[in-house]
Design a protein around this ligand. Sequence first.
Ligand code: COA
Length: 143
Amino acid sequence: MMAVMHAAFDPLYGEAWSSSQLGATLTLPGCWGRLALLGNQSVGFSLCRAAGPEVELLLIAVSPQVRRNGVAGRLLMRVQEDALVRGASELFLEVREDNEPAKYLYNRAGFVQVGQRADYYTAKDGSRRAAITMRYSMEQLTG
Ligand SMILES: CC(C)(COP(=O)(O)OP(=O)(O)OC[C@H]1O[C@@H](n2cnc3c(N)ncnc32)[C@H](O)[C@@H]1OP(=O)(O)O)[C@@H](O)C(=O)NCCC(=O)NCCS
């Protein structure tokens, strides 16, 4: 997961987690990750946390060299299935307002914007970005 983490996130925004942050999160009850493999190489991952009836998608990332091949789409579908199996009623995530690939990905998967948090992200150059809060209702999956 850390190999993908280092390759995937733009250092400008400091969104990549350290191995100790990731390791600590994965040991918490209700947290889990999924790794996407191409052969025996890690090319993507997702990280989630369940809290009551909600699941939060904390991170999703795909290595730059395999993007636009549906890896994130499949990881996200698995997140939705995992949330359903855990009995969640809603999935939430936060995305930087100018992260267009991620916003397209989430919109395509059925997430809708439910909020905006101003100045949530601070880039290395000091500029600020809002976070868009998105929600997916599990009813969309179960009909
Ligand atoms: C966002 C990210 C995970 C997408 O991964 P990916 O494997 O390339 O995505 P997919 O191939 O599954 O694309 C699924 C859909 O997302 C959208 N999408 C993905 N990348 C896009 C791009 N660069 N521009 C526009 N739409 C994009 C499209 O709707 C796409 O469907 P399509 O290819 O049929 O048009 C990847 O760009 C990434 O790792 N970015 C850096 C980390 C990050 O910002 N993560 C999100 C916040 S935690």
